[in-house]
Ligand binder design. Sequence first.
Ligand code: PPS
Ligand code: ADP
Length: 314
Amino acid sequence: MIIRSLRFKMVAIGKCSSIYRTSPEFDFPETSSRKLGLSKLPDKSFGFSVSSSEVKTSFIGPLRAIEASRTSHVNGKAEKFQWAGCDSNEDLPTNDCNGFAGKGTPQMSTIGNSTNIVWHKCSVEKCDREELLQQRGCVIWVTGLSGSGKSTLACALGRGLHARGKLTYILDGDNVRHGLNRDLSFRAEDRAENIRRTGEVAKLFADAGVICIASLISPYRKERDACRALLAEGDFIEVFMDVPLHVCEARDPKGLYKLARAGKIKGFTGVDDPYEPPQTSEIVLRQNQGICDSPNDLADIVISYLDKKGYLKA
Ligand SMILES: Nc1ncnc2c1ncn2[C@@H]1O[C@H](COP(=O)(O)OS(=O)(=O)O)[C@@H](OP(=O)(O)O)[C@H]1O
Ligand SMILES: Nc1ncnc2c1ncn2[C@@H]1O[C@H](COP(=O)(O)OP(=O)(O)O)[C@@H](O)[C@H]1O
């Protein structure tokens, strides 16, 4: 036996099939995975009934990945990779299967001001996490004027989904500006950066399998659409709180409209700063004959949408 103390946990078979190493102790005397004698593995492994070919297929990927990463540590250079294949179970530095410029040469990218970077792909993927969570990761992007009910809806939605056993996380504009985006003002370029960063973080949450609820004014269509473009088709669900300015202003829970009208806040959205309403939102929530549904009723509309689109199961 050439592997010692290498323990695996099989978590799924099929589209997301993965065997994870659960023990950090391992020993790799030889590098060829063909020397592992995998075809001799029993058909019934770890309590799961699978064919040896299934085991072999999903077993070799992670092992090759471990080999590759070990090579990386030993040699310290990505160019030293001896790996030439590509399948969904590889843990490798690559943009994607086409990201290799040739055998063993990972393609370097320049993204913004980051030069010579290589995407590192892991064998545990979004679909594996979704399988664990029994839901599909996505972003619910709630946009609207200050006072339109974004935060209230986000909380109602978080509660409603939590009660159904779904994992959510809220990125509220006000809250994110307390930390990650504390360096940003309400000037146009800072609002754009606020939206961009929140969109990127929301994308990470969705990739983690979480139902991420982003609630921020996000007044510019171009930036909202750029956030949409970060996600796979259907995974960005825009919810427009279509509440007229006079209603928001009458609510004015923080007294900000009053300050803005008095000229004490400059560049307040809807008063002396623009808001570009969405034109093609997945969901529009508006008053019915001057009456607004309760936050829980509004949340139910969004939850029904998620259910219908299959986001509440893996
Ligand atoms: N000038 C100006 N315009 C609009 N809003 C202002 C402004 N200054 C402070 N606030 C408070 O900041 C909250 C909006 O932050 P966001 O990050 O959602 O705004 S944006 O998306 O960057 O436009 C917003 O919270 P909500 O009322 O929950 O929308 C306000 O409380
Ligand atoms: N569906 C609703 N019906 C009536 N009032 C609401 C509703 N949703 C929110 N509100 C009230 O409107 C005000 C603004 O809500 P909030 O969620 O803080 O808006 P935003 O986050 O868009 O600024 C609050 O006083 C809140 O209680």
